[in-house]
Design a protein around this ligand. Sequence first.
Ligand SMILES: Cc1ncc(CN)c(N)n1
Length: 222
Amino acid sequence: MEVGGGVIETWLRKHRLLYTGATEHPLILSIRDGTIDFSSFKRWLGQDYIFVRAFVPFSASVLLKACKESDNSSDMEVILGGMASLNDEIAWFKKEAPKWGVELSTIVPQKVNQDYCRFLESLMSPEVEYTVAITAFWVIEAVYQEGFALCLKDDSKTPPELKEACQRWGNDGFGQYCRSLQNIANRHLGKAPPDVVARAEVALLQVLELEVEFWNMSQGKT
Ligand SMILES: Cc1ncc(CN)c(N)n1
């Protein structure tokens, strides 16, 4: 099924406010408007490096679930492609941090980041169904894609030194990857029993709340 009339689109309509709270967070809007306080960007950079490192084993667990539970072998290829770009992401953080005077080896994860990483760990349990895990995986990637894509629009005033960061998640290729993940999640949600669908919706909401808190934390507001 193509992205369009699936369970995810229903949820995006139902939870629109929370979704846009994550994708159009004031920190993202301040990048787009060119009014960002660079100390927020630096805080985000250090904390997100830690998050991305925790996201790698979670991605591996989603890949493992896809291999065991999916009826479609292309799921594995899409997730594997995402893992390859995580490798580039880690290299990018390591290259970017010294430009901003951020020493990655000394970064201490803040509470929100710890909570988020613990949440990812909870989803890695073999008891968590693939449908639930792939839904969470999709939304984690999608909120970054949508948010950073906003900062690349023609009328945006994104500072030149932040363009590369926005390009990393806001580019069209990453957008296509997110749509592929959305299609996979929709396909599995469409045939999952109601209790699994309900758990996937809860996971989606937890991700959105954590994403908003992650941006707040980056602004020094938690
Ligand atoms: C907090 C957060 N959420 C999502 C992404 C995109 N992988 C990220 N790097 N960091």
